[in-house]
Write a protein that binds this ligand. Structure first.
Ligand code: HAX
Length: 435
């Protein structure tokens, strides 16, 4: 057993009695009341999921295992000379709640490198897609195609004690987390570099190897590390994390779950917003003939988008009520590394004008930028200009959090998810509109 798996086992053993006590002693205690608005309105704010991997405060933003993003970036070990920490270190933190030492991270990297190899048929599945297919479709299908590799599925079919469900799930998660960047890189190379080749460098970590596989020079390795860490988790209620959890709750294995997670992330109100931001900024560019627009010009453009009934991509959030710290961290990165980049200037003018316009319009509960408002600008700067691909990057990062959650779901024996639905008639009767 690796050090990570052993530590995880100890943490699971220590945690199980807490859940048992909550259920035994407080199973009937009411913690929520639910309004009609919440029931009709996408279950917004109903506390009905438990996770210890991350928590999203509306005003502070995300914390991973209790640590703010600034603390995560500061405390996790970094590769020599790098500005950003090892992604493998974040995975260790998400799984165990502990900041790993460099040696502990090295062991995770060693284990992961040995799991990176893709079965041959996965390349064939990817190759079978026409180049016009959206990369998220290819990613989802490639992950799904690997379902036959599931250790959980195999062991379950042979008869597996519930108490041990987490163990083969951990093996599946480690396999998938190691392989998904390779799948992503192969999709990138096939679609945009027209080379059906992906060279993995076993001496490199998650972020370094990803940059090397798609052949983008330093400091893109640090951009990749930052990007995957920032996108890893956003507590459990968002569409991608919730989808992954929901599918896994029926004991479908992680390949089914992560493929579903990817499909949820592919919507423009969620992960695809990073693509939409860049597509929209290109429209601004076309309009202003490559000149950076003035604030007035940008205000007009934003108003036109709103007046045509579209949303401003990269702004607003279902939970957050202030600027997303994931946005701020990327903005600080831009100020440090690409202050003169034209697209960054576009994004910055948008930051100056959009919140006021949304506030004035009075509809959006949160007028501030989210993670997607800035992320494409950085990718574009370093040469990754194919914005259709940006949500694949998001998916690779998000898999870290969703897989961590699924392992813990299995360890704590969380049951199959099954909320109750009611009819409109029933709702009308409940509030006294109908007898
Ligand atoms: N532009 C224009 N209108 C917006 C808006 C925006 N950026 N954000 C919210 N609104 C509108 C909503 O469409 C809604 O209008 P209607 O009443 O006409 O339906 C109204 O304001 C109230 O919405 P809300 O309660 O503030 O927001 P929701 O919780 O319903 O939705 C969304 C949250 C993120 C989906 C929303 O803010 C949005 O569409 N933003 C733009 C797309 C985007 O950036 N998505 C990525 C979010 C972060 C993420 O998940 N990343 O992966």
């Amino acid at each position: 057993m690796t050090g990570l798996k052993q530590k995880l086992y100890e943490k699971i053993e220590a945690h199980r009695p807490r859940i048992k006590r909550l259920l035994d002693e407080h199973g009937e205690t009411v913690i929520n009341s639910v309004t009609v608005q919440q029931v009709i309105g996408g279950m917004r704010g109903i506390k009905s999921l438990v996770t210890d991997i991350s928590y999203l405060d509306p005003y502070e933003g995300i914390r991973y295992r209790g640590y703010t993003l600034d603390e995560v970036f500061q405390k996790l070990p970094k590769p020599p000379g790098a500005e950003m920490p090892y992604v493998e270190g974040l995975f260790y933190l998400l799984l165990t709640g502990d900041i790993p030492t460099k040696e502990e991270v090295d062991e995770v990297i060693y284990d992961s490198v040995n799991r990176r190899q893709l079965p041959r048929y996965v390349y064939e599945v990817i190759d079978a897609f026409p180049n016009q297919s959206h990369p998220m479709v290819i990613l989802s299908a490639a992950v799904m195609s690997m379902q036959r590799e599931s250790v959980f599925n195999l062991k379950y079919a042979r008869g597996l004690n519930k108490i041990d469900f987490w163990d083969p799930t951990y093996e599946d998660a480690m396999n998938l987390v190691s392989k998904i960047p390779v799948i992503g890189a192969y999709i990138y190379n096939k679609l945009y570099r027209k080379t059906k080749y992906v060279y993995q460098d076993p001496t490199l970590d998650f972020g370094g190897n990803f940059a090397s596989m798609i052949d983008i020079d330093k400091p893109y390795d640090d951009v990749a590390r930052m990007y995957f860490i920032l996108h890893a988790d956003h507590e459990s209620g968002n569409v991608s994390a919730h989808t992954g959890h929901l599918i896994a709750s029926s004991l479908s294995d992680v390949y089914y779950s992560i493929s579903g997670m990817i499909n949820g992330l592919a919507g423009p109100l969620h992960g695809l917003a990073n693509q939409e931001v860049l597509r929209w900024i290109q429209d601004v560019r076309l309009r202003f003939g490559d000149k950076v627009p003035s604030k007035d010009q940008m205000q007009k453009f934003v108003m036109e988008t709103l007046d045509s009934g579209q949303v401003i991509p990269g702004y607003g959030h279902a939970v957050l009520r202030k600027t997303d710290p994931r946005y701020s961290i990327q903005r600080d990165f831009c100020i440090k590394h690409l202050p003169d980049d034209d697209l960054f200037k576009y994004a910055d003018i948008l930051y100056q004008v959009v919140p006021d316009i949304l506030l004035e319009q009075g509809k959006a509960k949160n007028p501030w930028p989210n993670v997607d408002a800035q992320s494409g600008v950085i990718q574009w700067h370093y040469g990754l200009v194919q914005y259709d691909y940006y949500t694949v990057l998001f998916s690779i990062g998000r898999a870290l959090g969703v897989l961590s959650n699924i392992i813990w779901d299995r360890a704590l024996g969380y049951p199959i998810e099954r909320p109750k639905s009611i009819t409109t008639d029933m709702l009308e009767q409940m509030v006294g509109i109908k007898k």
